[in-house]
Write a protein that binds this ligand. Structure first.
Ligand SMILES: [Mn+2]
Length: 307
């Protein structure tokens, strides 16, 4: 059995955070038990940018695939790329967000008979508390009554149905983009309704496989993949991913002992409890400030401030 893992990266030559994180995540994969065939999916503008600065991420993957750049912001381009992945890559694969870090073997994600597997967040997502329902109603979409998946980590098989799902996700996301004027361009509503409406067989898996760091106290036994929501709380000083990425950039070395230590302790943070909380609270304050700031910015320009 071949284990395939797919990353999707959109960035420019000046700000390469997403490429840096994905590169770190790929290094982590190379230190796990199984061998993984790594795919890097990008768009034309991104590959041009990465080549112009000779970014290290170009050396690690087994396969690099590129699609035509979507005409929009970087955030929109990354949504579009992600919705197209199932049509770009052949065979079953696990998709990992650039802000995730695998610390244990992913083989369990492949060992079932379902077409799709991910962590069900229906009971914990703020999306499912209000705004989502109105939007879904307005757009006349259908959602599963029992499942709402986080799109940051998922397993997907290569079948007719899953390819049709990908097509439908693209169509729905385009509609969402016109409908939602917030500039956030969430991809999970279109992702989840496309999944349900296309009849893909789905499996809800343990949050060990996508441990979403909503706050510093998130923990589980035997974690497999840490997910640091970099886009709204970067946690530059405390998250294992940020520190590994920073060291990799500065020294060209993946800090294996730090990584191995995290495998043993299951601790996603590298600073003390107090520092993690201070950074977390400060980044929350920053967000509030940015939200207030955004409100006074013309809606048309707003998209430029959200990533
Ligand atoms: Mn993410």
């Amino acid at each position: 059995m071949e284990y395939q893992v797919v990353y999707a990266v959109i960035c420019n030559a000046k700000k390469t955070d997403f490429a840096d994180w994905a590169l770190t995540s790929m290094h982590a994969l190379r230190h796990l038990k199984h061998k993984y065939r790594i795919f890097l999916c990008v768009d034309c503008k991104t590959i041009e940018a990465l080549r112009s600065i000779n970014h290290q991420i170009l050396d690690i993957p087994n396969v690099i695939l590129s699609i035509a750049s979507f005409n929009g912001t970087e955030r929109e381009r990354s949504r579009w790329l992600k919705a197209n992945l199932r049509l770009m890559v052949e065979g079953d694969f696990v998709y990992l967000d650039s802000d995730t870090l695998p610390i244990n073997d992913l083989s369990e994600l492949y060992e079932h008979k379902f077409e799709f597997a991910a962590v069900n967040i229906i009971d914990s997502s703020p999306e499912t508390e209000g705004w989502l329902e109105k939007s879904i109603c307005d757009l006349e979409w259908v959602l599963s009554p029992t499942e709402y998946f986080n799109a940051g980590v998922f397993f997907i098989r290569d079948t007719k149905t899953t390819r049709a799902f990908s097509q439908l996700w693209c169509e729905k996301w385009l509609k969402w983009r016109t409908y939602d004027k917030s500039g956030v361009n969430a991809d999970q509503p279109s992702f989840n309704s496309a999944l349900y409406e296309s009849g893909v067989s789905t499996l809800s898996i343990s949050n060990r496989f996508n441990l979403f760091m909503k706050h510093p106290n998130v923990r589980t036994d035997d974690p497999v993949i840490f997910h640091f929501p970099q886009s709204f709380r970067p946690m530059k000083r405390s998250s294992l991913l940020s520190i590994l990425a920073k060291e990799l950039k500065e020294t060209d070395e993946f800090n294996l002992s730090l990584f191995k230590n995290a495998q043993i302790t299951g601790d996603p943070w590298v600073s003390s409890f107090l520092v993690v909380w201070v950074e977390y609270l400060l980044s929350g304050f920053n967000n509030k400030f940015m939200q207030t700031f955004r409100k006074i910015v013309d809606q048309r320009n707003r998209k430029n401030y959200v990533r």
